[in-house]
Ligand binder design. Structure first.
Ligand SMILES: [Zn+2]
Length: 315
């Protein structure tokens, strides 16, 4: 892997040298203000179409990274068990209230840079509208690959810097950053748009093959959303999504990836591992204690707490 790092642009290498900050939706009313009252019915419906095309119809254990308030969780109905992971506890509390304390769902607060699961555990993972907030995307993709079984499916959505609006703004000199250059653009604090070719190269470096690409939300334009009925706009988008194999010029891109290369199979009964030292943890609510480093992980009201910076605040 050391060899591949040298092939990345200098800006990306510089970004990766420090432990990246984490975007926190703690206490946010994002679900209500953005999705329910924010006029996002079009975007939401386009995502339903894309997920139907990409998701396996059934599976055993799915990891939903950046699950938030569980907006997409009911769309993964073919899976026997789903782990909802988010950095924000309050987002997961909203998901729990919406989905219920069903045994089918496991709620986990954790940092995506230190996933608290044994290697080779999941047969699928999704990450929708989450890479957008990740400063070191490549490191997170490698973490995701480690917890997946061989041949597992990984659905990744990312925000595309090379979209028509950004290209036009750049050509009209209303935007300084170049939508065609490979490095991510952080257009607001911890909000990143990515170049599709760069994301593909990171996926390959992390031992995924990209099986399918759909471009999504082509018509995310306020005027169109006001004058064209949502159903018609979604139908047009569902056709345009299929052009994603050839080129990617929409603000959102969905990819279906397959985990390749050798992976250990998680031992029967093992599930969590200590994010501090990597030792497998016995699942013993109301707290999990690491036998090696002694770190304790509480389980409060059905939510597992694995955020090391929250558990060990700096004095
Ligand atoms: Zn430990």
């Amino acid at each position: 892997m050391a060899e591949s790092k040298t092939s990345l642009p200098a800006e990306l290498q510089a970004m990766m040298t420090e432990k990246p900050p984490v975007c926190n939706y703690e206490g946010s009313d994002y679900q209500t203000s953005f999705w329910e009252k924010g006029g996002r019915a079009y975007e939401d419906a386009c995502e339903v179409v894309a997920l139907k095309r990409l998701m396996p119809t059934q599976g055993q254990l799915l990891l939903e990274l950046g699950a938030g308030a569980g907006r997409n969780t009911p769309r993964y109905s073919g899976f026997e068990r789903i782990v909802l992971l988010d950095y924000s506890r309050t987002q997961l509390e909203q998901a729990q209230a919406a989905l219920g304390k069903d045994d089918r769902y496991t709620y986990v607060t954790a940092d995506a840079y230190r996933l608290p699961f044994v290697d080779g555990l999941f047969d699928a993972a999704t990450m929708i509208r989450t890479l957008h907030h990740i400063a070191d995307a490549r490191q997170v993709l490698e973490q995701v690959r480690a917890v997946l079984q061989q041949n597992a499916v990984f659905i990744l959505e990312f925000a595309n810097k090379q979209n028509i609006k950004a290209i036009l703004r750049y050509l009209l000199r209303k935007q300084s950053w170049n939508p065609f250059s490979p490095e991510p653009i952080e257009f607001a604090a911890l909000n990143f748009d990515f170049h599709p070719a760069t994301v593909r190269s990171w996926l390959q470096l992390a031992n995924f093959t990209v099986e399918r690409q759909l471009t999504v939300s082509h018509f995310r334009i306020g005027l169109l959303k006001r004058i064209v009925p949502v159903k018609l706009l979604v139908w047009l988008d569902s056709l345009a999504q299929l052009t994603g194999e050839a080129w990617q010029l929409s603000p959102s891109v969905f990819t279906r990836n397959r985990a390749v290369g050798a992976s250990p199979m998680a031992a029967i009964g093992s599930f969590f591992k200590c994010p501090a030292c990597g030792t497998p943890l016995a699942d013993t609510p109301p707290k999990l204690v690491c036998s090696r480093c002694g770190q304790t992980y509480p389980v409060n009201d059905g939510i597992y707490e694995f955020r090391l910076d929250v558990l060990n605040p700096k004095a």
